[in-house]
Design a binder for this molecule. Structure first.
Ligand SMILES: C[S@@+](CC[C@H](N)C(=O)[O-])C[C@H]1O[C@@H](n2cnc3c(N)ncnc32)[C@H](O)[C@@H]1O
Length: 210
């Protein structure tokens, strides 16, 4: 149990996150289980890790339990503010560097990170193929790229959950098998897994540069 005293903003943010998770659970999506599933496929995550698409920081907080040093980028300032509060609530804020940035142009030199990961952000990103090139550019030789998004069934659940609120959701669906084929052709070792309404593609770069 978390016994730290939190300010009202941190607690209100936590309540919002729990409310959202409860809504999704009613439609069949278990957010904590999905995060654990993705982390299990991505592990081990050693060294420096870059996350693309911070969002409200759900996956980020899970990541922080597996990695010592995380940098996370998001194009939206407000989302990163929520994520920071979420990380503060979980007591992992100190491990994380928050950067507001469009991931189509990352501000780091080639081969900076040991792993680059993203969960449930791909369908929000208009030019994901451009982002993927950046992910591959900034990861070190022998490093790992992890891409996770909702499975087709996960997207159906999400659509129902949003319809119940009178909303629609962006749904730019990327074909994970196609992504896997193109990464294999470029010499990466890949694993594709499905579970907990997620698809997860893990790719490891060769030890010498691609
Ligand atoms: C659903 S959220 C990510 C969820 C988060 N990873 C989690 O598991 O809690 C998607 C995020 O992608 C961000 N995003 C969209 N396009 C982006 C881009 N070009 N560069 C960086 N972030 C982007 C959005 O601002 C949004 O916060």
């Amino acid at each position: 149990m978390n016994r730290t005293t939190h300010d009202s903003e941190t607690l209100a943010n936590r309540q919002q996150i729990l409310k959202r998770e409860a809504h999704l659970r009613r439609f069949g999506y278990d957010s904590p289980a999905a995060i654990e599933f993705v982390l299990a496929q991505a592990s081990p995550l050693e060294g420096s890790v870059l996350e693309i698409g911070t969002g409200k920081g759900r996956f980020l907080v899970g990541l922080a339990r597996h990695s010592a040093a995380i940098t996370t980028v998001d194009i939206a300032v407000e989302d990163q503010q929520c994520a920071r509060l979420n990380a503060r609530y979980a007591g992992v804020e100190e491990k994380i560097r928050f950067v507001v940035q469009d991931a189509t142009r990352l501000p780091w030199p080639d081969r900076t990170f040991d792993a680059v990961v993203t969960m449930n952000a791909m369908h929000h990103i208009l030019h994901f193929h451009q982002v993927l090139e950046e992910m591959l550019r900034v990861v070190k030789p022998g490093g790992k790229v992890v891409m996770a998004d909702f499975s087709p069934r996960g997207f159906q659940i999400l659509a129902r959950a949003h319809r119940a609120e009178g909303k629609t959701h962006p749904h730019e669906h990327y074909d994970f098998r196609e992504l896997q084929r193109s990464l294999r052709k470029r010499g990466l070792a890949t694993w594709l897994r499905k579970g907990c309404n997620q698809e997860v593609l893990v790719a490891r770069l060769p030890a010498s540069p691609v």
